[in-house]
Write a protein that binds this ligand. Sequence first.
Ligand code: N01
Length: 546
Amino acid sequence: AATTTTTSTTTNLPEQLDVLLVGAGFAGIYQLYEFRKRGYSVKAIEAASELGGTWHWNRYPGARVDTTIPIYEFSIEEVWKDWTWKERFPGQGELEAYFKHVDEKLDISRDVVFNTRVLSAKFNTTTDRWAVTLDDGRTVHARFLSLCTGFASKPYTPAFKGFDTFKGVKHHTSRWPKEGVEVKGKRVAVIGTGATGVQVIQEIGPVVGNLTVFQRTPNLAVPMFNRPVEAKEQQQLKDEGLYPIYYKRRTQTYIGLDYTWTPKPLVDLTPEARRIFFEELWVQGGFRIWLGNHEDVGTDPIRNDELYAFWRTKALARIKDKKMQEKLAPAVKPHPFGHKRISCEHSYFEIFNQSNVELVDMSETDIVEFTPKGIRTADSVEREFDVIVLATGFDSVTGGITQIDIEGPKGTVRDKWAQGLRTYLGVSTADFPNMFWVYGPHGPTAFCNGPYCAEMQGGWIVNFVDSARKNGYTRIEAQNDAEEEWTRRVQEVTPVPLDSKVKSWYLGSNIPGKKVEVLNWGGGVPQYYEIVENTAKAGYKGFALW
Ligand code: N01
């Protein structure tokens, strides 16, 4: 078995492979393990120097998963049986250690080419193989191409005027240097208050010299209530046979967690009962107040207002200054609760009580330019900084795929999707034979626990490829009519207002110029799972097999 994740770029890479995986995070690791077990020649190409995907790249201060253990991990017994977490919501460092453990158990690294990027892939209709070009000059020919690029592997940095003139230190959060950045006592700016911005702000707030937060939209963040978890507590659950039950439960809940919407509509409860119910969810921490709530908090505007009012009361109690209260938790709801991804925090609002923290409301005064010393805003004020943190998000869901030059028999994925996203089952697209992805466009992605999605969709792909091989097919391809039908269905089950002024990566509206459309399957995990399983049982209906 491997001892640690390695940084070798010299991994033996045959010119011909059965399967080439792009990325070695949860998704790539799972498929590598499963394909190899079934005797496939398979390799993963990974741009990073180690396993972990998002948990390798996002090493900014305060990075922490916002899903509890043991829901957020592989369900592979060999891995979980002797792995012990330290915290209910583990931090990035602990997740890095987890991936080393995974490697020790499953011996993954020997089949991963690290420090290498996939530049392009072209399908050859004569050989039914993908010719995949790497940035080290090598070309690999693989029957199947599986894109395990995650939903957030392409960072987004806005095109700020004068960006390169700034002489201090600046980093996008997902490209944070491994050796860290000194922020103690420094003048620091954070641009962006999404899930990442919230985590950075609460982590560095207590140590920086002064902090300026550039906020475009207030974050309706909820407390995580993280706590240490004892080894013996975990062992007991394992001994009682609970872990497989937890993992199975992920298939039955809306978002692949161990809980889901409460069925009884809120409207059936008295206001007092609703208040108590909210309180009960709140103290459990994390997403419960949203995803454990009654579903009508999302669909009924009055119930949504009620939840916002509840959230606001909690937030206001933690913010001292009246003006700051209005910026962080405005009287007028900035957007429906839950329409932007809920973020989790522990001391975010308290940071704004510090006298050395300033909040710049970009709806009043936008960033005009970066200068050699700092940032100038529309009110002509130039603030000086030593460090600028860009917590500005990602070209999410599609960006990981469209950043690669992928060419099928009729053109590139990028050109095809520029006209509008079209997929079949959120794992494939017509005219791109033998190509799949997980945790990407039109899958449950934004509304699914990552490791679960990696296993559920990954397992489905492995079974499909295996069935094709056993039946002697060399080419499998989504059909246009099946794709039309699926795309229509995704739009139908994901009722989101496309004309909303709210910018959200759920819809691509966070990226200037990106087509605003439904990017994720919003019909919930159980329904998705049922559909893909039934498709398999029906002989992979909707795919052509040659
Ligand atoms: O990115 P985001 P993120 N000028 O797109 C602002 C996962 N995640 O990295 O809201 C100024 O959410 C933008 O403003 P607005 C999680 O799924 C998980 O924070 O568009 N500001 C916003 O505030 C999450 O949802 C974890 O008005 C600009 C911010 O930048 C996803 O990753 C932790 C701007 C971007 O927020 C992405 O989160 C972290 C501009 N030109 C992330 N452009 C955990 O598991 C954008 N912004 C805990």
